[in-house]
Design a binder for this molecule. Structure first.
Ligand code: NDP
Length: 319
């Protein structure tokens, strides 16, 4: 296995990772960034981003991430395709294995691994994934043009995706497990304005039906117990996300959901030299702009850590 030493290793390529890269590269730290399994992160599977400051007309998510990448490259970030498959934070320099073959020795690590869509965990959900079942309306909605679809969830993601699907599908059933939606008022308004979205309150998924492909969804009212079968070719799960932090378990302090704990007001984790940014440590705001801001914090904290470490090593040499 080949080994390489780097000053700053950035794991992940969403707004947090690329912003950390821009700052670290401009500070002359020659960051190496591994993009992970979804280069560009979650924004590559969204459409219009209308709330990122600086784009008065909005911008397409994938385009925004291309722009982030270009800006990071412009200052000399070494951007690589690859997945960090293992880490060893038990001693310094910190270690990371890429694609199970390359070993990196890092003087500092900035974690920007983001989060991934959650699944319901019901029977046949994974078997029918790609055959009617999806966790990304923007990626797969096109395949259900003119058909009937079901979407589960009541947050901003579900509301946004239901609205998106309503423009493609014939009919959208939205399953909300409570009698109210968590989504922001403006998003709820958009759902209610769409004439082909039917909201089923207090309703959960009972069964996914179909031989090869999904053909129907049996739902149940959790108040009355009444069941109903909806003919639908598409089933979209939009119930939130899980942080991509499994490889750091055992080293970093995390909350019960796996979000990395940082010292408030910083990106510092419990391990000196390891910094956590973006959705991997933020379960509250989870916005592109807050992720970018925290990526900046990660780079500035890493820069300070490296300067202090250098001093510490020099002093040890003199002593
Ligand atoms: P959220 O965690 O906000 O919402 C998840 C939704 O899924 C909730 O309504 C929840 O129901 C429901 N849910 C969870 N588990 C189940 C289950 N097993 N069965 C049925 N329903 C379930 O996640 P989002 O992805 O919607 O949003 C995450 C963050 O990103 C939020 O802060 C949001 O504001 C933001 N966001 C902003 C957007 C924008 O501004 N353009 C677009 C998308 C997201 P319950 O309410 O009952 O808990």
């Amino acid at each position: 296995m080949s080994t390489e030493r780097v000053q700053v290793l950035i794991i992940g390529s969403g707004p947090a990772g690329y912003t950390a890269a821009i700052y670290a590269a401009r500070a002359g730290l020659k960051p190496v960034l591994y993009q992970g399994g979804q280069p560009g992160g979650q924004l590559t599977i969204t459409t219009d981003v209308e709330n990122y400051p600086g784009y008065p007309e909005g911008v397409m998510g994938p385009q925004m991430m291309v722009d982030f990448q270009k800006q990071a490259e412009r200052f000399g970030t070494d951007i690589r395709y690859g997945l960090v498959t293992n880490v060893d934070f038990s001693s310094w320099p910190l270690k990371a294995t890429i694609d199970e073959k390359t070993e990196i020795e890092a003087e500092s690590v900035i974690i920007s691994t983001g989060a991934s869509a959650k699944w319901l965990g019901i029977e046949r959900e994974q078997e029918l994934n790609g055959r009617g079942v999806s966790a990304c309306a923007v990626c797969d909605g096109f395949f259900f043009k003119g058909q009937d679809v079901v979407i589960v969830g009541a947050g901003d993601t579900a509301a946004e995706e239901a609205t998106y699907l309503s423009k493609l599908a014939n009919k959208v059933y939205m399953l909300v497990r409570r009698d109210e939606m968590r989504a922001s008022k403006i998003m709820q308004q958009r759902v209610q304005n769409a004439t082909n979205i039917e909201i089923l309150w207090n309703t959960e998924t009972d069964k996914l039906i179909g031989e090869e492909d999904l053909t129907a969804v049996q739902v149940v009212n959790n108040k009355s117990g009444e069941k109903r079968t909806l003919d639908a070719q598409g089933f979209f799960v939009a119930i939130g996300h899980k942080p991509n932090t499994d490889i750091f378990k055992g080293y970093l302090d995390m909350d019960d959901s796996g979000y990395i704990k940082t010292i408030p007001g910083t990106s510092k984790t419990n391990i000196p030299g390891v910094f956590a940014t973006g959705d991997a440590q933020d379960k509250i705001y989870r916005q592109a702009v807050t992720a970018a801001g925290s990526g900046c914090m990660g780079a500035l904290d890493a820069e300070k850590f490296l300067a202090e470490k250098e001093l510490e090593l020099l002093e040890a040499e003199v002593a």
